[in-house]
Ligand binder design. Structure first.
Ligand SMILES: Nc1ncnc2c1ncn2[C@@H]1O[C@H](COP(=O)(O)OP(=O)(O)OP(=O)(O)O)[C@@H](O)[C@H]1O
Length: 284
């Protein structure tokens, strides 16, 4: 049995062997010891976008939420914490190298004003794979918080690494995430996967704000019929069971995919997440 299995999630634990356990660094009733943000940045809301497994469109949903908030008049940033599969800069047509001074590294603004930081803006070759071990990846994400100059943001959306492993854990422990949005797809396994992501967040005292179902259906271009390629939706059932709202159901939209590939995602209109956008709005 692992040594830290005896920890209770509400107890304080400072044992080195407990590094990585959600209870580590936590004292009853107090938040996790997070890292300080770069002094030249301030962020009102940090929202993590997570998925229990890869390839469900987490980056797509992160970008959709960010674009909608920017259109609604908020100052928005996206932290691409998906270090080994960064796709945000490409979707927004943003390229490096990012510019740095002794004060930190400046996030790069896309044409619509959304500020972006990603490993792809820091490496010489965007196509070279990032072959780093978990702690190094976690360290890079931490630096996106401590060393990046974001300026004044209303929202920072964090495109989290997929799954519930080491790196998402480090992100949750080092960045004061106000809440998460879980992205899922309409398959049988969904309930199990969503619950894993949900349980991880609640163990870390991070509110789960809502659920998004991606790849819900595709609309026949001739007759308009909704075809459920991946099967029937289970998102309403799981949302009900966990008492969290459904932020929207996104169909497969070739036009949106095209805009993502062309680096023009900020030009898109995406009405499918309207409920989620309203729920996330803060007063300006
Ligand atoms: N609703 C959608 N309609 C059309 N294309 C989509 C949709 N959702 C995602 N895609 C496309 O599917 C691909 C995978 O999406 P994305 O990169 O967002 O997945 P991800 O969950 O972030 O992946 P990973 O877990 O590997 O990081 C991308 O090319 C994206 O443009």
């Amino acid at each position: 049995m692992p040594e830290n299995s005896s920890c209770s999630s509400a107890s304080s634990c400072s044992r080195e062997s407990c590094e990585g356990c959600p209870s580590h660094n936590k004292t009853a009733g107090s938040p996790i010891a997070v890292e300080p943000i770069n002094p030249l940045s301030s962020v009102k809301k940090v929202i993590g976008v997570v998925s229990g497994k890869g390839g469900v469109g987490k980056s797509f949903v992160t970008a959709s939420l960010a674009v909608a908030m920017q259109k609604a008049g908020y100052q928005v940033g996206i932290m691409d914490a998906d270090i080994t599969g960064p796709s945000i800069p490409k979707m927004f047509g943003v390229h490096g190298p990012a510019y740095g001074t002794d004060d930190g590294m400046y996030a790069i603004a896309a044409e619509n004003g959304t500020k972006i930081m990603s490993i792809n803006l820091l490496v010489d070759d965007e196509e070279a794979p990032v072959i780093w071990r978990g702690p190094v990846i976690g360290g890079a994400v931490k630096q996106f918080w401590t060393d990046v100059i974001w300026g004044d943001l209303d929202y920072l959306f964090v495109d989290m690494p997929p799954g519930t492993g080491d790196v998402p854990l480090t992100v949750f422990q080092s960045i004061p995430v106000d809440g998460i949005v879980i992205v899922t797809s309409p398959q049988e396994l969904v309930q199990l996967i969503v619950k894993k992501a949900y349980n991880m967040a609640t163990m870390m005292d991070i509110p789960v704000l809502g659920l998004v179902e991606n790849f819900s259906y595709v609309k026949c271009p001739d007759c308009g019929k909704e075809i459920r390629i991946f099967g029937e939706s289970h998102v309403d059932d799981v949302a009900k069971e966990l008492s969290i709202p459904v932020f929207g159901k996104l169909p497969i939209e070739p036009e949106l995919a095209k805009a993502a590939d062309a680096g023009k995602f900020y030009e898109t209109e995406n009405p499918y997440l309207a409920a989620g956008i309203e729920a996330l709005k803060i007063s300006k």
